[in-house]
Design a protein around this ligand. Structure first.
Ligand code: PMT
Length: 207
């Protein structure tokens, strides 16, 4: 099967030297890419900037911003059988990118932000993707309720919900613990290496 995976953070430029980003390391998405290729799938990994090595056998497209990630996903998703959106995509981006380094002046600086396009929500609505669609949710409270709302709003088959208020799982850790929220049930995936969770997720696709 052809599988598209998004991973890592995005970088939203403020000026030539500054950007907004987040704590995603890419480990979860890269682990899914590795598990998928080992299971014999054809994998395209679309990733924001990380320090990780691209797993052998994976097709790779690096991106920086949420807008760039959207363009690549919109182009390649229609040919895919499944998609895993593990990237932590910026929800907001600066309204304008200054072409010059912004100077310090005054005691305060107000940065105007505008919403980015939601790539996961666009998969069904705009890109007309009909394959198996897995979204992730980074939550600090009401994990299951918030994840189920995302599952329904974004037309996913599964939301992998992470508690990112804990430092031993979620962003940048080697291990993860997650609630797997399906349309008809919720499963608990107990704390284990991200690779184990990746193998479990890929096993859902069959051969
Ligand atoms: O990279 P790691 O350090 O391994 O950490 C990643 C993780 C383990 C925390 C990962 O599993 C995770 O939760 N990734 C998604 C984090 C996130 O951005 O969640 P969210 O609740 O803000 O977004 C919900 C979903 O919408 C995600 O699938 C996200 O990729 C997608 N999204 C969000 C905004 C946007 N503009 N476009 C999107 O596609």
């Amino acid at each position: 099967m052809k599988i598209l995976i998004t991973a890592g953070p995005t970088r939203e430029a403020i000026d030539p030297v500054r950007f907004l980003t987040n704590r995603s390391s890419g480990k979860m998405g890269y682990a899914i890419a590795d598990a998928a290729v080992h299971a014999g799938h054809q994998v395209l990994l679309v990733s924001g900037p990380t320090d990780l090595d691209v797993p052998a056998g994976v097709d790779f497209i690096p991106v920086e911003s949420a807008a760039e990630m959207y363009e690549v996903v919109a182009r390649y998703l229609p040919g895919m059988g499944a998609a895993f959106f593990a990237a932590a995509v910026a929800d907001f981006t600066p309204a304008e990118i200054s072409s010059r380094k912004i100077k310090k002046s005054g005691e305060k600086m107000i940065l105007e932000l505008v919403k980015t396009r939601d790539i996961l929500a666009s998969a069904r609505e705009t890109i007309s993707f009909r394959g198996f669609l897995v979204g992730f949710a980074a939550e600090t409270e009401n994990l299951e309720v918030n994840a189920r709302a995302k599952l329904e709003a974004k037309g996913c088959d599964l939301i992998v919900a992470n508690d990112v208020s804990r430092s031993d799982i979620g962003f940048d850790s080697h291990e993860n613990e997650a609630l797997l929220v399906f349309k008809d049930r919720t499963e608990v995936f107990k704390k284990a290496p991200k690779h184990d969770l990746a193998i479990y997720l890929i096993s859902m696709l069959g051969d």
